[in-house]
Unconditional design. Structure first.
Length: 271
């Protein structure tokens, strides 16, 4: 309460609970933030409803590109252990998609654009994922540990790699679209309105700050500039143990899964 009002009308005016101009302004900001959070809750509910709309069969189906996945090699499929390796493949199989049947991608090498076959590997579960995949003791014997750097060289991670990948081969099949999800015009219209309102008034950053306590986008950008100075000692420690990781990989007869590269975001050892 303003002291001038107390001097003018006495202490009895305190019983009316009148707000000052500063308090009124603060209440306006709080009310706006509550409305913004309400819009965010509505958007999340609409997204969930849109995802749960039922799917209907598409008649006639049509082809959209090609899909590629692993299958048992012919001689392995005819062997007595076919069921054993089929169970392993069911857990570590991966699937890729391409608009080209040969799965070639364009890359620039020495100033020239060349088409090379896109690489595809079996699933390499992390150390915290491997126990959850319910492998038997006999199946676990066919996996070995491999250590490598994550992109950026920030930490060392451990993965489990299948020791006999030659038992599986890639197979390419047409990617057929056999069903389609229904559309709700009201949900799509309302989501478009919310998106336009937030982006037109540039309220996404403010919403991120209300939800997470900071601006995530700005935090990601600023952390790149602070990493070199703040975590330089970590890079040196990782550089000292790099030869140990490579020796351990060679002991299993495998090459390093990813090359150790020091990007522009990190400082190379000794710099």
């Amino acid at each position: 309460m303003d002291t001038k009002l107390i001097q003018q009308y006495g202490e009895e005016i305190l019983s009316y609970r009148l707000r000052t101009a500063r308090q009124k302004k603060r209440m306006q900001y709080k009310d706006f933030e509550k409305q913004l959070l309400k819009i965010n809750r509505e958007e999340r509910k609409l997204v969930i409803k849109q995802r749960n709309i039922e799917w209907v069969p598409l008649v006639p189906p049509f082809q959209r590109g090609w899909k590629r996945f692993f299958v048992l090699r012919e001689d392995v499929a005819r062997s007595k252990q076919a069921e054993f390796f089929e169970n392993i493949l069911r857990k570590i199989n991966t699937q890729d998609w391409s608009h080209r049947r040969d799965f070639k991608i364009r890359k620039r090498r020495k100033g020239r654009k060349k088409y090379i076959v896109k690489e595809q590997q079996l699933l390499r579960p992390y150390d915290f994922e491997f126990p959850r995949m319910n492998f038997s003791e006999a199946e676990r014997q066919l996996f070995h540990e491999v250590f490598y750097y994550e992109k950026g060289g920030k930490r060392i991670v451990k993965r489990y790699v299948f020791s006999e990948p030659w038992r599986f081969v890639l197979r390419v099949r047409p990617n057929m679209i056999t069903r389609v999800q229904k559309r709700d015009a009201k949900i799509e219209s309302r989501l478009k309105e919310i998106k336009n309102y937030l982006e037109r008034n540039k309220l996404r950053e403010k919403l991120y700050k209300l939800l997470h306590g900071r601006n995530i986008q700005w935090q990601c950008i600023s952390s790149k500039h602070e990493y070199k100075e703040k975590y330089a000692y970590k890079n040196k420690a990782l550089g000292e143990v790099s030869h140990l990781i490579n020796e351990e990989n060679k002991s299993h007869g495998t090459a390093t899964m990813e090359k150790i590269e020091w990007t522009t975001d990190t400082a190379a050892p000794g710099t």
